[in-house]
Design a protein. Structure first.
Length: 401
């Protein structure tokens, strides 16, 4: 089997995913153009050598529809021979795109692939594309599908987590992210977004709240109580009747923020890198996608990570750093406890609670953050894991070269 290597990873800063956010004025195709230009220039890519672009996007409609991957390739002046595909694995789309790229390389059906993701939630809000699991009452009732926030509260209730534990995790995320930003840990991968006149629109993540305290988090009201009381608590308890009630303890402070952003990863063979004169930064050891029961939904982190470790021939204690999508604090705490992961190895530079979750782009961003931090600390192995809607879990194990 041919090894798949990561040569580079770039991303935009994360912008607040609302109309007042800095990146709201920037069309999604232009966000992609920024990272495509940066990746090409940093690695002196002759785009005719690129076999494909795999691009994750969780809401592929309107500004993000019509195969935005191919549209961006044409708009950015890449060779017509690069096809481009838009794929949707919801929250895991960006990581799945990287994994698909690795699979193509390992199969011997390509030697240079670009992969990543995009989401402009300020322009294309989550749920804009509809879907029966979200909006068809008959399907929702039959399947027992519930909003992710209620699922997170369900997990926290089963695990017996307190509001204080969730808020403490959220505070740590804010503190770690602010420390990383202030010390330039993200600078290697970030591509500033400029306007047509060359003026900076955004050059660092916009979402951090360094003034966050335990007291300010404690003042926030539960975000998903009304959804639960509208009938989704009953649906969840039908699946988990041993639970007396669901405690709604996830808030805007201990849940991921909605943001805009784009990210790309350059994946290829060692031989192609040598031909181009670029050195690999990491090797992809394994890539796994699994699924779990869809009502509880956000427990896919663990099964995906365990299977990815198995395929890589590693154990949890062999992993130097973990990057896990902080969709909500409760599911990540469960993952940490189940896998016995030390706090000082997981999301050491913060996560989506502090930095934001640009859905389709998140997985590719986590890959870049992980490689940068492994290099900065001179460590070797890392694992990225994401849990998403419908019960999907995705994990990727990498090893520094």
């Amino acid at each position: 089997m041919i090894d798949a290597f990561i040569f580079d990873a770039v991303r935009t800063p994360r912008g607040i995913g609302k109309p007042h956010g800095a990146l709201h004025e920037v069309k999604p195709i232009l966000l992609l153009e920024k990272v495509m230009e940066a990746l090409r220039e940093r690695n002196a890519i002759d785009t005719k050598d690129v076999n494909d672009l795999f691009l994750g996007c969780a809401t592929p409609v309107r500004d993000q529809g019509g195969n935005i991957a191919k549209a961006a390739l044409i708009h950015s002046g890449w060779e017509d021979s690069v096809p481009g595909i838009q794929l949707n694995r919801l929250c895991g789309s960006g990581l799945e795109a990287v994994n698909f790229a690795a699979m193509k390389i390992r199969a011997g059906w390509g030697n240079l692939v670009v992969a990543g993701g995009l989401e402009s939630l300020s322009r294309v809000p989550m749920g804009s594309d509809g879907g029966p699991l979200f909006f068809d009452p008959k399907v929702v009732t039959k399947t027992g599908y519930i909003p992710q926030g209620v699922s997170a509260d369900l997990i926290a209730s089963i695990e017996g987590f307190s509001r204080e534990e969730l808020d403490a995790f959220a505070l740590r995320s804010q503190q770690n992210a602010f420390h990383a930003q202030e010390n330039g840990y993200f600078d290697k991968s970030i591509v500033p977004v400029l306007d047509r006149n060359g003026l900076t629109i955004l050059d660092k993540d916009e979402t951090l709240r360094p003034d966050t305290t335990s007291d300010s988090l404690a003042e926030l009201s539960p975000s998903f109580k009304d959804y639960g009381e509208a009938g989704f608590n009953a649906a969840a308890l039908r699946k988990y009747p041993f639970l007396e009630k669901i405690n709604h303890i996830h808030t805007a402070g201990n849940s991921s923020r909605i943001v805009d952003g784009a990210a790309l990863v350059l994946v290829g063979t060692k031989g192609k890198g040598e031909e181009m004169g670029i050195k690999p930064r990491a090797k992809i050891l394994s890539a796994v996608t699994v699924s779990v029961e869809p009502t509880i939904m956000l427990t896919g982190y663990g099964p995906a990570a365990e299977r990815a470790l198995f395929y890589a021939g590693l154990k949890a204690e062999d992993i130097d750093l973990w990057e896990v999508n902080e969709s909500f604090a409760g599911p990540v705490l469960k993952f940490m406890h189940d896998m016995n992961i030390p706090e000082d190895k997981l999301n050491v530079n913060g996560g989506c609670i502090s930095l934001g979750h640009p859905l389709g782009a998140t997985g590719a961003m986590l890959i870049g953050t992980l490689i940068d931090e492994l290099e900065r600390r001179d460590l070797e192995t890392g694992l990225v894991s994401i849990a998403g809607a419908g019960g999907v879990g995705i994990a990727t194990v990498i090893q520094r070269v």
